[in-house]
Structures are given as C-alpha cells and as structure tokens.
Design a protein around this ligand. Structure first.
Ligand SMILES: Nc1ncnc2c1ncn2[C@@H]1O[C@H](COP(=O)(O)OP(=O)(O)O)[C@@H](O)[C@H]1O
Ligand SMILES: [Mg+2]
Length: 246
C-alpha cells in the first residue's frame, strides 16, 4: 500500500492563503497555498519577478505576509515574537546566490562563526563544523580561505554554514545562479546528499537543466501565483499533447 508522505509527517512548511504586497504597492504574492512535508526536495521555479525570493523571505520572517499564515516547523512565522526569531533562524538554513563568506576567515572559521556567537563550547563547535563540512565533502579543505576555493567549493562552504545548526529545513535561493554548469552540478550533489540524510530542501531556481534532470517536485510561480505543483516535474509544464495522452 502506498502512503503519501503528507499523511505520515506533518508539513514542515505550510502557507495558507498567503498574500504579500510591498509598501510601494507591488503585489508580489497572491493567495499562495503550499504544503511541504518533512524530507521533501522542492524546486521553486518561475521567471524573474515571479515572487520566489519573496516567498523565501517570508519563511525566515525577513518579510511578513500582508494576509494569510506561514508556518515553519510548527511555528507561525508571521506572528512569532521577536525573541523567538533566533530560534526560527536556527531551524532554517539559508543559502544565497552570492556565497556571503567572510574573506578573512578560513572555511572552517566561516562555518564556526555562527556557532561561536551562540555561545557553544569549543568542542561542540568543532564537532558540528566537522559534520557540516563532511556533509559537503570539504573537511579536507577546512583551512583554506574563500579566495583559495573554487566558486562551487565556496558555495559548499556556505551550505555547510547553513547546516551547522542542524536545521530541519534548508532554503536555497538561486544557489547555482553564479556558477557554471559543471560547478552547479557539484553544488546540486551536495544538496541532494543533505536531503537524503533527512533535511527538507526548498530551492528557488531558474536553472532549467538541473530541474529537468532531477525530476523532483516542482512548484512554479508566475506573477505571484502558484501556477503548477507537480511531483517529478520539469521546469516547464508538459506540452498539451502529453497531458491529453496521459
Ligand atoms: N523589497 C521590495 N519592495 C518592493 N517590491 C519588491 C521588493 N522585493 C521584491 N519586489 C518585487 O516583488 C516582485 C517579486 O520579486 P521577487 O520575490 O524578488 O521575485 P523572484 O525572486 O522570483 O525574481 C517583483 O515585482 C519585485 O520587483
Ligand atoms: Mg529572486
């Protein structure tokens, strides 16, 4: 018997009729309903301006919805008291297009930085950094500085930094946007391994080749609306002729 994963695990991300209008009047998201069960790997696709980054910012409370509710791992993000924001941001690992590494710190120091300010012991910091850098295959390169690493390696360090708190959800906004195809693929492998180890991954991208190769869940946004939500999807909707045959 097939049991749909949504029924087994409660969603780690849930958006319930979410609208977002920026103060300047731009309507960035309109009536978004989305559920992501724990363990999923989801591509968020759509043209520039579709609302992908806005959705990402709602998940970490960099923005609040104008209407509707956003839940992450049981927390209603829009109504979270300010003092609980650090907890939310530990539960959600973030990766951006530009890696945002600190140039004067080595790979392992970059990963450790967030933990040090949270007051963990040196031993715990080292063990967590090691686990995170091993997860992206870069423990051996831990003492190198960002300028001594390739673009793909720098992005993998950024992924390790996002993982170091042991988040249940990793959100990546165009993580391969600055990388050539071979390097992008290297970053993709790291994200897949992390997902296989149990972390839910939401990746906003307009990298058509990667989405088409992976055949994972695809949520497509267009002008702020979800226009498609497909298991084992592709970047573009299937041509009409296939839809009619199936
Ligand atoms: N801080 C902001 N203030 C006003 N409008 C914004 C802001 N951020 C994004 N937008 C607008 O919201 C829409 C969605 O943008 P965004 O979420 O960045 O889309 P995407 O990441 O898919 O390119 C666009 O029209 C964009 O210009
Ligand atoms: Mg964007």
């Amino acid at each position: 018997m097939l049991i749909r994963s949504e029924l087994v695990s409660p969603p780690i991300v849930s958006l319930d009729h979410v609208w977002k209008r920026y103060p300047n009047g731009t309507q960035a998201l309109s009536d978004i309903c989305l559920r992501i069960p724990g363990g999923d790997f989801v591509f968020l696709v759509g043209p520039s301006g579709a609302g992908k980054s806005t959705l990402v910012r709602l998940l970490i409370r960099e923005e609040r919805p104008s209407q509707g509710r956003v839940w992450v791992d049981g927390l209603e993000v829009g109504r979270l008291p300010r003092r609980q924001l650090p907890r939310l941001r530990r539960q959600v690992g973030l990766v951006f297009q530009d890696f945002k590494l600190l140039p004067r710190l080595s790979a392992v120091e970059n990963v450790a930085f967030a933990l040090r300010v949270s007051g963990e012991s040196r031993r715990t910091v080292r063990a967590r950094c090691r686990a995170a850098l091993e997860a992206v295959g870069l423990w051996e390169a831990r003492d190198r500085y960002p300028c001594e690493l390739s673009g793909g390696e720098q992005q993998r360090v950024a992924i390790a930094r996002a993982l170091v708190h042991g988040p249940r959800l990793l959100v990546a906004d165009e993580p391969t946007g600055n990388l050539d195809p071979a390097t992008a693929w290297e970053v993709m492998q790291a994200l897949l391994a992390i997902n296989a180890a149990g972390t839910t991954v939401l990746m906003a991208t307009h990298n058509r080749d990667i989405v088409d190769l992976m055949r994972r869940r695809v949520v497509a946004l267009d002008r702020g609306r979800v226009v498609r939500d497909q298991r084992a999807g592709r970047y573009d909707a299937a041509p009409q002729v296939f839809a009619l045959r199936s």
